[in-house]
Design a protein. Structure first.
Lengths: 301, 250, 118
């Protein structure tokens, strides 16, 4: 089965800086994949390379089996509207909603209108006068209503309050269930969307550092806490992603913990807790410091 | 429940005509930009001119005023500005919606050509109308710059001028979209250098006379016919430049 | 749904609990994959995995074109299986905690006998 997106050694350089560096990955069709990473990690550049808006310096990318650059046959199935999308000056929301259907074969007008109401927008509003959150809402509405086989959301939640974000996630999930398609969602609010995602693609300084099913990532690690001595004994020889010290206690993020390992830890009097996807990714991408100790603020920022 | 898998995703693009009309419809989604405002401003300026000429006429007791006032030249410049603005603003959106650069340019080109035809016909008709009412008795020849021309000649002349300015506008827009402000400076600076250089060469080889003769023998329409070459070059330049342009969202 | 265990497993356990306590009767239809996904705000693929797990363990079965149903005898089978893991899941931690607090097995048995939790 042809994957929705396939990249080999995809690289984009701006002078000496590699915004995307040797990216090789596959995105299966009809999945929701999270493109995760810090600000400036290369998420937007990668998405622009995928949609043919940006030209690769080296390497290749294929959508549904074909390169996307200037390829109408393949691009007609993509929708990539970001919050920072530029619209013509005089455009109102209704103009965007009138222009879009011509491009997207699966566009659903009723759905679009429902979403406009849900996000508390009116068709007459001028794009120029919208707040950041409202502009994000437009991106969300177009992305959802397009029902494009490959729909890409670039940090779609910027400026949206918690209620609106939840509305987006719920609508996305519901519509995705009814009309499966391939969705790529870039975000740094990892925990909010972790249950929506099937697959996680983590990019750091242009390089793909994690490419795994979310389920696998989530169950791969655990937090083991207790007295320094007991913890050190337990984690000896194991892969430790992170260590946190507080007085005589240590909390360690241990990768690859099976059920048996967890039981053993508990028997040893240690507390075994979960690692949230966000924590896991932050720690595996080197987090915010490379030393073995870090403040709580730093780790959860 | 509809499932769109990679195997069921149609592998061929929609017909070219459909893709072109999609771009055209996008540009026309807000008709004010390319039709509404221009017509309104044109109408306003015409009425304004008429009022002024009427005033002068009454003040000078019916003596015919200057005649052609060149106000119609506003249309040329406005065409250029519209072309630049519309490309600069709709290009990022078209690409966001999944259009290719090639389709975008073809669609925009077709649209600009059709608009030029429409406006040219309108202007030619208005010019003939001006003649019919004897310039309202106040001698304002706003549209009718060449009273010896037939409707068709007016139409053709206007069309060629509009195409010229539209294509220059398109080329300028492409430079801006691709290279932004820096590109603009280089472009205009380069243009000035070229024009000055040509002027210099002509003066030095004492060829101004030959140039004048060339235009004289060609006549107005002939000269405009040659402008078609520049229009074509502008369109080609726009295509070549925009092909590698990356839409930025700032 | 939390981070402690795979989500599909948590979903499966939730359904099993409902069957054991009787809120889902045998031969009764269970919600669809999409309904589970929307309710728990999880990816439908994850919901599918949880349901598939229950189909594999013969707790649920599928009636093509209609939906998923609780299998005959599922409750009995689940109770048997849980009895097997009861020791590891509950007795062991209870015993460890009691030992840490110095509660003898006799005191523990007494507490259990006198407990009036419904």
């Amino acid at each position: 089965m042809t994957p929705a997106v396939e990249a080999h050694g995809l690289t984009k350089r701006y002078g000496p800086l590699a915004a995307v560096d040797d990216a090789t990955f596959t995105i299966a069709e009809n999945t929701i994949t999270g493109l995760l990473g810090r600000n400036g990690a290369g998420k937007t550049t990668l998405m622009r390379l995928i949609t043919g808006q940006e030209f690769a310096t080296r390497g290749s990318v294929r959508l549904f089996g074909a390169p996307p650059v200037e390829n109408a046959a393949v691009l007609q199935h993509t929708c990539f509207i970001s919050e920072s999308q530029r619209y013509p000056d005089e455009f109102r929301i209704k103009h965007v909603l009138e222009g879009a259907p011509h491009f997207f074969a699966n566009w659903n007008t009723e759905f679009a209108n429902e979403l406009v109401e849900e996000f508390r927008l009116t068709r007459k509003q001028r794009i120029k006068k919208l707040s950041r959150g409202q502009r994000s809402a437009i991106g969300v509405i177009v992305g959802l209503a397009s029902r494009a086989p490959l729909t890409i959301f670039d940090e779609p939640y910027l400026g949206l309050d918690a209620v609106a974000r939840q509305a987006f996630y719920d609508r996305l999930l519901a519509d995705y269930s009814e009309h499966p398609r391939t969705v790529i969602l870039s975000t740094h609010l990892i925990d909010e969307v972790s249950q929506l995602l099937e697959h996680a693609l983590v990019i750091d300084a242009g390089r793909i550092v994690i490419d795994a099913p979310v389920e696998e990532l989530r169950s791969s690690a655990a937090t083991v806490s207790g007295t320094a001595e007991a913890v050190e004994r337990f984690i000896a020889g194991r892969e430790v992603a992170h260590r946190e010290k507080l007085g005589g206690l240590i909390s360690a993020t241990v990768a690859a913990m099976s059920e048996a390992d967890r039981a053993d830890a508990r028997t040893a009097g240690l507390e075994v807790g979960p690692v949230s996807l966000q924590q896991l990714i932050v720690r595996r991408t080197g987090g915010f410091s490379t030393t073995s100790t870090t403040t709580l603020e730093e780790a959860t920022a | 429940m509809t499932t769109l898998t990679a195997d069921t995703v149609p592998a061929t693009a929609r017909p070219l005509g459909r893709r072109i009309s999609t771009i055209m419809l996008l540009q026309l989604t807000n008709p004010m930009t390319l039709v509404g405002w221009p017509l309104m401003i044109l109408g306003f300026i015409y009425v304004l001119n008429l009022a002024i000429y009427g005033l002068i006429s009454t003040a000078t007791d019916g003596a015919s005023a200057i005649g052609v006032n060149g106000g119609v030249g506003f249309i040329w410049v406005y065409t250029l500005v519209m072309a630049v603005q519309s490309i600069n603003q709709t290009f990022p959106l078209a690409l966001g919606f999944g259009a290719t650069r090639r389709d975008y340019l073809l669609g925009t080109g077709v649209l600009f050509t059709l608009l030029s035809v429409g406006y040219a016909a309108l202007i030619a008709t208005l010019a003939v109308a001006e003649r019919a009412v004897d310039y309202w008795g106040v001698g304002l020849r706003f549209f009718d710059t060449s009273p010896d021309f037939t409707w068709f000649e007016l139409f053709l002349g206007t069309l060629l001028v509009l195409l010229l300015f539209a294509s220059i506008g398109a080329a300028t827009a492409s430079v801006y979209v691709r290279w932004k402000a820096t590109g603009m400076y280089v472009f205009w600076a380069g243009l000035v250098v070229v024009l000055v250089g040509v002027g210099f060469v002509l003066t030095w080889t004492d060829s101004w006379g030959a140039v004048g003769e060339f235009f004289a023998t060609a006549g107005v329409l002939g000269t405009l016919g040659w402008s078609l070459v520049i229009s074509a070059l502008g369109a080609i330049a726009a295509y070549l430049i925009l092909r590698r342009a990356t839409p930025t969202n700032t | 749904m939390d981070d402690s265990r795979p989500i599909f497993r948590q979903l499966a356990e939730q359904i099993e609990n409902q069957i054991i306590e009787g809120s889902l009767a045998e031969s009764e239809q269970v919600p669809s994959i999409n309904e589970f996904a929307a309710f728990h705000r999880i990816n439908p693929a994850t919901a599918l995995k949880g349901i598939t797990l229950l189909v594999d363990t013969e707790v649920l079965y599928k009636r093509r074109g209609i939906g998923m149903f609780v299998a005959e005898g599922a409750r009995g089978r689940l109770i048997d299986a849980r009895r097997q893991t009861f020791h590891d899941d509950f007795i062991r931690p209870l015993h460890a905690e009691a030992r840490a607090l110095g509660i003898t097995p006799e005191e523990l048995a007494d507490m259990i006998r006198k407990d009036t939790t419904p």
